[in-house]
Design a protein around this ligand. Structure first.
Ligand code: UDP
Length: 329
């Protein structure tokens, strides 16, 4: 298929683009390089530097690249903490950018859409692990923006017959030898912990140790980015047959922040000092996915479910790219 990947210069988008190409698809990457890296875009992909806020640029992209079969929409502001400080980057920009993309896609007859959605839809789950029919209670403006985009997709299907899959990621992590996680500023736990191991930071701050969990720190379900990429490719392939759906993606196992730090100590051999600080607003205590539906419907089976292996893949990338993509640019 000919696939438009928005945010294809970012962490998950670039790795999924590479996996799409390896599976024989044609890839067009759209990215504004605000957070993404040109060096992350696979050389076999067509690259279009444009902003989703620019509707003229979107019209040109679809005119210059007719026959797009499907869209994977990664381009987004993605930080829970930032969204609590700057809600309209999320409640306006994320939503309006998705609306611009959907309007142009519908006008150009695109029939398939895969959305990067989030576990932050589930701030107050009634059951753990969290299944797709859990009630949606966004935990932050970030989660709310994804809930709103899932609603846009509902109406795209009703109005235009566009089929979609919303993939609610739990905690994406892990790297590949050629591509990895490089955010500026970095806010995610695993890369930050590995920066401590590299000697780039003195310590890791633990955001709260008074949560109702086994050691007081937050529990998350860490899933390898390659397994996420696989879910996207399976979802795209199944859309025609299965129609629209929503899936949660995680390994079904939760680790506390302290356990993640301990795993990093084991993998890196570094003591990784830590300091307990206050909670980060917007963080729920526990998020663990039930991916039963994804396994059952799409035959998804994570190839890298062990946290230690995920950590080792991330450690390999951070050691070979201590300054991220600046080392390959
Ligand atoms: N976290 C932490 N210290 C940090 C960064 C994150 O204690 O410097 C915690 C955070 O509160 C959450 C978990 O680690 O419980 C994972 O956070 P991350 O930002 O990696 O992903 P998120 O859960 O926000 O998607």
């Amino acid at each position: 298929m000919k696939v438009l990947v928005t945010g294809g210069a970012g962490y998950i988008g670039s790795i999924t683009s590479a996996e799409l190409l390896a599976a024989g698809h044609e890839v067009i990457v759209l990215d504004n390089l605000y957070q993404g890296h040109r060096a992350a875009v696979p050389p076999e992909a067509t690259f279009v530097e444009a902003d989703l806020a620019d509707r003229g640029a979107l019209a040109r992209l679809f005119a210059e690249h007719p026959g797009i079969d499907g869209i994977m929409h990664f381009a987004s502001y993605t930080l829970v903490g930032e969204s609590m400080e700057k809600p309209f980057l999320y409640l306006r920009d994320n939503v309006v950018n998705a609306a611009n993309l959907l309007e142009a896609a519908a006008a150009n007859g695109v029939e398939r859409f895969i959305l990067s959605s989030t576990a932050n839809l589930f701030d107050d789950p009634e059951r753990m692990p969290i299944a797709e029919d859990e009630r949606i209670v966004p935990g932050s403006p970030y989660g709310e923006s994804k809930a709103m985009i899932e609603r846009l997709l509902h109406w795209m299907e009703r109005v235009h017959g566009m089929r979609y899959t919303a993939l609610r990621y739990f905690n994406a992590c892990g790297d590949t030898p050629g591509r990895g996680e490089d955010h500026d500023p970095e806010t995610h736990l695993i890369p930050l912990v590995l920066q401590v191991a590299l000697g780039q930071r003195d310590h890791i701050s633990i955001f709260g140790d008074d949560y109702p969990t086994r050691d007081g720190t937050c529990v998350r379900d860490y899933v390898h980015v390659l397994d996420l990429a696989q879910a996207h490719i399976l979802a795209l392939g199944a859309l025609d047959e299965r129609g629209s759906s929503r899936y949660n993606i995680g390994n079904g196992e939760g680790y506390t922040v302290l356990e993640v730090i301990e795993t990093a100590r084991k993998v890196t051999g570094h003591p990784i000092p830590s300091i307990v600080g206050p909670r980060r607003p917007g963080d729920p205590a526990t998020l663990i996915a039930s991916s039963d539906a994804l396994r059952r419907d799409l035959g998804w089976a994570p190839r890298h479910p062990k946290l230690e292996d995920i950590m080792a893949s991330a450690w390999a990338w951070h050691q070979s790219h201590p300054h991220g993509y600046a080392d390959s640019e």
